[in-house]
Ligand binder design. Sequence first.
Ligand SMILES: Cc1cc2nc3c(=O)[nH]c(=O)nc-3n(C[C@H](O)[C@H](O)[C@H](O)COP(=O)(O)O)c2cc1C
Length: 203
Amino acid sequence: MTEKDLHYYEPASGHGLKHDPFNAIIAPRPIGWISSRDAKGNLNLAPYSFFNGFNYHPPIIGFSSTSWKDSVANIHETGEFVWNLATMDLAQQMNATAAHVAHDVNEFKISGLTAAPSRRVNVPRVAESPVSFECKVSQIIQLQGADGQKVQAWLTLGEVVAVHIDKAMIKDGVYQTALGRARSSAPAAGATILKSGLRPCSR
Ligand SMILES: Cc1cc2nc3c(=O)[nH]c(=O)nc-3n(C[C@H](O)[C@H](O)[C@H](O)COP(=O)(O)O)c2cc1C
């Protein structure tokens, strides 16, 4: 590849394409489907694709909120959250939980999902999801640019203190990653893996 084969841009000056390729390049991404509860007890559930795992021992996961949204506000108040695995058969409900609704609207209810009690945190998990991590917050970091200027984005990191896995996802003692991604009523597992990972998101 030579220079003339490359589309080069500096993000601060724009990407020069029809759509910003940033999200599409960092793909597929798992979804951080985050349940939380505010100090008054209002439940919340929302998807975050700026999500990943960052450490083994203790296990630490995190997601980034591109403004001070309800999930990060709740977690800041109570110090707890739950991550739920979003599988293809839950995609419609997962999208419904991204709705911009008033703070006290419970997304479990509007998406028709069941809030199942957790064991170590006072935040429910999604009963329909085959895997959930109960988490206690370890850090909430406001992001900043290379120039040190704060940006309106917060990375919430939490230690996984309890794990729930549907036993159907474990074969001979080994967790089946592909099964989790592909779990779907759709016939083509390969396509569903792509769809679940590459799903473009608008925020
Ligand atoms: C698939 C998907 C991925 C998303 N990823 C993010 C993300 O990484 N960060 C973010 O701030 N919002 C993201 N959003 C938008 C939030 O889900 C949306 O703003 C939601 O209303 C936030 O809910 P909350 O205020 O209850 O936390 C995503 C939406 C969808 C559908």
